[in-house]
Design a protein around this ligand. Structure first.
Ligand code: AMP
Ligand code: MN
Ligand code: MN
Ligand code: MN
Length: 284
């Protein structure tokens, strides 16, 4: 498989913080011309069998996926896993443990919002959560939009859900070493998600990339809905410099919220090694 492939290896369903079912996403991806697809729900593999079956029924190639939340030097970073065994016991247990603190965090978030006059946010957010184990800031954002506090989810994040704001609660996720190890030992490859999103200094970014590689990480997202055109070029260069394979994914969450549609990104630059070249045997 070459780099000229409409691969979309990053998106979310109702199993995490997306608004579509795995089946509806598969259909949408197929309709948009996606040739190789992966559903990468946050800290969850609960949608993997449904996604693979839906892709198969449509004649679309599939790789298993997830997006693991980790804490690295005090900040939240996302590691995408691709092409693993979705029933691997260590991975499944690791993800369950990672999801574990989310409910308590949501209770504290709601307390913070109540202190600035926004009542009922926990119940409100839970109504939007398709998976009770996976209450996300996104579900709080949807509640605050629906109840008229803000116009759109971006505004909610800016005013209420980011560091220093009333609904933000610092949280300790998995470690980089554990996340990469779980994916790797389940037969998959680990990929740094949307590296431009973290606001790291050059030194911090060097630490992330070099520790990631030391733990066995193999790829980085270069073409993603979360990157500007300039950032795509920056991380194409980083992929070459660090000897990492390159991934491509929209990070699609919802027809109403996402700027980037499934399967509509530019192709990977031809000189990079696509992650799917390392995963040829894992494609179903
Ligand atoms: P959580 O894992 O609960 O901390 O939620 C993180 C999720 O919030 C991300 O995966 C995005 O889907 C969403 N998110 C983060 N920042 C923003 C933003 N500025 N605007 C809209 N959604 C965001
Ligand atoms: Mn999300
Ligand atoms: Mn992410
Ligand atoms: Mn994502």
């Amino acid at each position: 498989m070459t780099s000229i492939l409409n691969a979309d290896l990053h998106c979310h369903s109702v199993v995490s913080d997306g608004t579509l079912t795995p089946e509806a996403l598969a259909e949408r991806a197929h309709r948009n011309g996606v040739e190789l697809w992966s559903l990468t729900d946050h800290d969850e593999v609960g949608g993997q069998h449904r996604a693979a079956a839906a892709a198969k029924a449509l004649g679309m190639k599939y790789l298993t996926g997830t997006e693991i939340s980790i804490t690295f030097i005090g900040k939240t970073v996302h590691i995408v896993g691709l092409g693993f065994d979705a029933d691997d016991p260590e991975l499944v247990a690791g993800l369950r443990q990672t999801r574990g603190g989310r409910y308590e965090r949501a209770v504290e978030m709601a307390e913070g919002l109540a202190r600035v006059g926004i009542a009922g946010a926990l119940e409100g957010a839970l109504q939007f959560a398709g998976n009770p184990e996976l209450v996300s800031r996104t579900h709080f954002a949807r509640f605050l939009v629906e109840s008229g506090v803000c116009k759109e989810t971006n505004e909610v994040f800016r005013k209420y859900l980011t560091e220093g704001k009333p609904g933000f609660v610092p949280h300790r996720w998995a470690s980089l070493k554990d996340a990469v190890g779980w994916i790797h030992r389940a037969g998959g490859i680990a990929v740094i998600a949307h590296p431009a999103r973290y606001g790291f200094s050059a030194n911090e970014e060097y630490a992330l990339f070099s520790e990631f590689i030391a733990h066995g990480g193999r790829g980085v997202e270069v073409i993603t809905g979360s990157h500007s055109a300039a950032e795509c070029i920056t991380y194409a260069q980083a992929a070459t410099e660090y000897g990492l394979a390159a991934s491509r994914g929209s990070d699609f969450h919802s027809p109403d919220e996402s700027h980037t549609e499934l399967g509509t990104l530019p192709y990977l630059p031809g000189h990079l090694t696509p992650v799917w070249e390392l995963l040829a045997e894992r494609v179903v």
